[in-house]
Every structure is written in structure tokens, then in C-alpha cells.
Ligand binder design. Structure first.
Ligand code: SF4
Ligand code: SF4
Ligand code: FES
Length: 457
């Protein structure tokens, strides 16, 4: 077992593992210390020099990201001396930076901007024409755009492609003022996790082609949710906004740290999956090519249930929340229907990798397995009630509850998508996680539970 020792930081006593990194303790205990290059997933690089602290017995300030905890260590993270050191380092960082925050996409969530407000506020000795210029819009590939002038050369992005994906597309070329992040000539950033470099970049040097300049970040509202792209259940933040006179829409997904599930990252496909979620939505109730009212639909559904009473099959999508699945099971019992949830359709071996992506593309398939639901559809099926399952099934009549349009559906009832309601899903490792409701639409669609309350016979 590792030895725990006492460390004093700014007169407060903490306990930490002997030999662990001082910066990890400071981050964990929320001691304010600026840093660019250190990242808990990438380790220390020691290149930005921003994380300086004073340590009793040491002549000069030390970088916290390369200092190992010792018994009785006394650390000062604030005070005139150390703040002057940080101001000077920041001034160096800013020599070639364009300092054009109002036009930068990172404004509002930029470490450089925040540190300048905390420790900078110095009078610049460099005029704009004296600054080394860089390229403003380099398409690195995989939806990532580089602004060379805004880069602080922290090497987080290059270390990500070296240490995390092992694809080595990015490097820093040149020396001194001419040092730049780049791909090899003729090569592109090209791996299924590439867009994580945008979150890793502490400044506005790397932006996502998908999100850049679409919203000022301070207008966005954020909820905590879980990606539904596969059964891994990566934790995400959903950033959304409702602009005046428009509807509430999602602008981006960002990874949310969960060491038990996805660590710090998500895959690019999951990150962009919000787009498909918002396209081709089903908004109207349609029966045999005619738009009908909700009351007419409820009546028609009840008539069909009565007519086919002896042979009804209910089909469940394995992406639905557990709460929805339970409500469907209760409804099925009420109408004495067979229940099944075919799982084969979700299997995608080409998607799978050894980092996060799972071959099982249904977010809540584990719940279907745990409930031991039938996965084979009965041979003879007269009335089929499908709750958003993507498969195509033969039946005399069908009722389809759908989040998205389905040109083959004769009787279709629109459903709220998972971001328009809340609930739980259980990932492939059996971890149950909660998804908050993100969107409040102008014309909200009913959830599964709301529909079932309306049609309950
Ligand atoms: S582009 Fe961003 S992450 Fe990469 S080295 Fe520059 S500042 Fe760091
Ligand atoms: S690995 Fe799966 S759950 Fe994670 S972000 Fe990608 S699609 Fe979503
Ligand atoms: S975070 Fe310590 S040197 Fe950059």
C-alpha cells in the first residue's frame, strides 16, 4: 500500500501519496494554480512553466507538475513573489499571441484569458506589428482547425496523438518564435478520436469545424448526459441554447470525465451524433398518409388493440430509457401482448475498437438482457406496436412510435428523443447512469411514458 504523507499548502494541511505529483494534489484540493501543458490524462511535460509554486527550502520557484510529494513539504501557491513570476511567464507566453479575444471562439472558456485576468494585466512591451505571424485557419483534418497565432505550444494536442491514440499525426516544427504545431506535409489528422484535441487545447488555437463561431459559449446552457452512440455509455455535457424566436437546439457534445467509463474522452462519431438526433424528426401523427389529431390517434390505437387482442406484439428499442422500458412492459401486460427486443440489428463489428467504441450500438441493451426479454419476433404477428426499434418487421397492421421519420410507417406517432426527456441507461459493463433532460422544445413531443398514459386502455 502506498504511503500517505502530510503536505502543507498555504498553511493548510493535506494528505497525499508520497511520490505523487504535487500538481495533482493542488488540482484535487482546488488550490488555484495556473497551468497549460499538464493534463491528468497526458501527464507532465514541463514546457509552459505556468504552474510555478514556492517550496520551503528551495532557492527558486518550482513547477508543480514535475515536483513529487515528500513528507512535510511546505508549499506556497500565492503571494507577491510567485504571482510576479507567473506574470512574467505569462508575458512571455503572450509575446506572439494576437490578443484578439473578442474575435476568438474560445473566449469565455480560455485558460490564457483567465490567467491574464488573474496574473497578467501587464503593459505589453511588444506592438502588434512586431509579433510573429502565423496561419489563421489551417485545416488539420477530422474537423479540427488550427490558428497558429493563438497556440501556446503546450503540446497537449501532439501528446494526445502520441500517447492516447498512438497515431502520431501532430508535431511541433521549427524553433523559438517560429515553432508551430503541424501535421507532416501532405498528411492529415485522421483518427476516430481526433476532435478531443479541441477540448484539450487550453486556448483558441484548435477549434472544431462543427462548432466554431456558431455560439458564444456564455449563452450556452449545459446538462450532464450519456452518449447513446454505443453501449459504452460515455459521459457527456450537452451544450444547448434557445435563441429568441427560435427553438431550443444542441450546439455540441463535449466529453465529461468519468474514470470508470470513458476517462476524459469520447469518440468523434459519438460527439457528432447530436446532429442526426436533430434531423428528419417526426412531428405529426400520421395515419394512412393523413395527418390526424392526438384524440383521433388514441381512438384509432385503442380500436386496433381491441381488434387484434389475441395477437399483438410490442417491440422495444434497446436505446430507450429503463423507465420507458418498464412503462412499455406494464402496458404490454395490460393489453396481453408479446414483448420482444431484437438485438442483432445493433451489432456493428466495424465500429468497435480497443479504446472506447463498442460493437453493440444500443445504449441500453444491457437492461434488455438483464430483463431477459425475448429477442426473437414471433413468426405470426397480426398487430405490431413498435417503440422506436430501427428494424423492419412483417405484420398485418403496425403502429410505430418514432422519434424520426419512417416513410414505411402507415400509422406513426412522434416521440421525444432522449435529449428531450430524462432517464437511466445501463452500459455494457453494468454501470447505470442518469441522463438529464437537455432540450425544452417549443412544441414538445410526448415521451414514451406520456404516450402510454394517454393510450392506457
Ligand atoms: S494547438 Fe493548442 S493544444 Fe496544441 S500545442 Fe497549441 S495550444 Fe497546445
Ligand atoms: S464510444 Fe460509444 S458511447 Fe462513447 S462517445 Fe463513442 S459512440 Fe458514444
Ligand atoms: S503545467 Fe507545469 S510546466 Fe506546464
Amino acid at each position: 500500500m502506498s504511503e500517505m504523507v502530510e503536505v502543507i499548502v498555504d498553511d493548510q494541511t493535506f494528505h497525499a501519496e508520497k511520490g505523487s505529483l504535487l500538481i495533482d494534489l493542488l488540482i484535487k484540493e482546488k488550490v488555484k494554480v495556473p497551468y497549460f501543458c499538464y493534463h491528468e490524462a497526458l501527464g507532465a511535460d514541463g514546457n509552459c512553466r505556468m504552474c510555478m509554486v514556492e517550496i520551503e527550502g528551495q532557492k527558486r520557484p518550482q513547477i508543480a507538475c514535475d515536483t513529487f510529494i515528500k513528507e512535510g513539504m511546505e508549499v506556497r501557491s500565492k503571494g507577491e513573489n510567485i504571482e510576479k513570476v507567473r506574470t512574467n511567464i505569462l508575458e512571455l507566453e503572450l509575446i506572439n499571441h494576437p490578443v484578439d479575444c473578442p474575435t476568438c471562439d474560445q473566449a469565455g472558456e480560455c485558460s490564457l484569458q483567465n490567467f491574464y485576468m488573474d496574473y497578467g494585466l501587464h503593459d505589453t512591451k511588444i506592438t502588434i506589428p512586431e509579433k510573429e505571424k502565423g496561419l489563421k485557419k489551417v485545416d488539420l483534418g477530422s474537423n479540427v482547425i488550427l490558428d497558429q497565432e493563438r497556440c501556446v505550444l503546450c503540446a497537449r494536442c501532439t501528446r494526445f496523438t502520441d500517447k492516447i491514440t498512438g497515431t502520431h499525426e501532430l508535431g511541433i516544427i521549427g524553433r523559438g518564435d517560429h515553432a508551430k504545431v503541424s501535421t507532416m506535409p501532405g498528411k492529415k489528422l485522421d483518427n476516430p478520436y481526433a476532435m478531443n484535441v479541441v477540448d484539450l487545447c487550453p486556448v483558441g488555437a484548435l477549434t472544431s469545424k462543427d462548432f466554431r463561431f456558431s455560439q458564444r459559449v456564455w449563452f450556452l446552457k449545459t446538462v450532464e448526459s450519456v452518449c447513446h452512440g454505443c453501449a459504452k455509455g460515455c459521459n457527456i455535457y450537452i451544450d444547448h441554447n434557445k435563441i429568441k424566436y427560435q427553438d431550443d437546439v444542441i450546439y455540441r457534445y463535449r466529453p465529461r470525465r468519468n474514470d470508470e467509463v470513458n476517462g476524459f474522452f469520447i469518440c468523434d462519431e459519438g460527439r457528432l451524433s447530436y446532429k442526426g438526433l436533430q434531423e428528419n424528426r417526426q412531428h405529426e401523427i400520421v395515419l394512412d398518409n393523413e395527418v390526424i389529431s392526438e384524440d383521433e390517434a388514441i381512438e384509432a390505437l385503442k380500436d386496433l388493440v381491441k381488434k387484434y387482442k389475441s395477437n399483438i406484439t410490442v417491440i422495444i428499442d434497446a436505446n430507450l430509457y429503463t423507465e420507458d422500458i418498464e412503462a412499455i412492459l406494464n402496458f404490454s401486460k395490460e393489453i396481453e401482448a408479446n414483448v420482444c427486443a431484437p438485438l442483432d440489428i445493433y451489432r456493428d463489428e466495424d465500429f468497435k475498437d480497443d479504446m472506447l467504441k463498442s460493437a453493440q450500438r444500443a445504449a441500453n441493451y444491457k437492461t434488455i438482457e438483464n430483463l431477459s426479454l425475448e429477442t426473437k419476433i414471433p413468426e405470426k404477428c397480426e398487430l405490431l406496436i413498435n417503440f422506436n426499434h430501427p428494424g423492419k418487421f412483417e405484420a398485418e397492421r403496425s403502429i410505430d412510435f418514432r422519434t424520426h421519420q419512417d416513410p414505411d410507417a402507415a400509422f406513426i406517432l412522434p416521440l421525444a428523443s432522449y435529449v428531450e426527456s430524462s432517464g437511466h441507461i445501463t452500459n455494457e459493463e453494468g454501470i447505470t447512469q442518469h441522463c438529464q433532460k437537455a432540450l425544452s422544445k417549443n412544441d414538445p413531443l410526448p415521451t414514451v411514458i406520456e404516450w402510454l398514459e394517454k393510450v392506457s386502455v
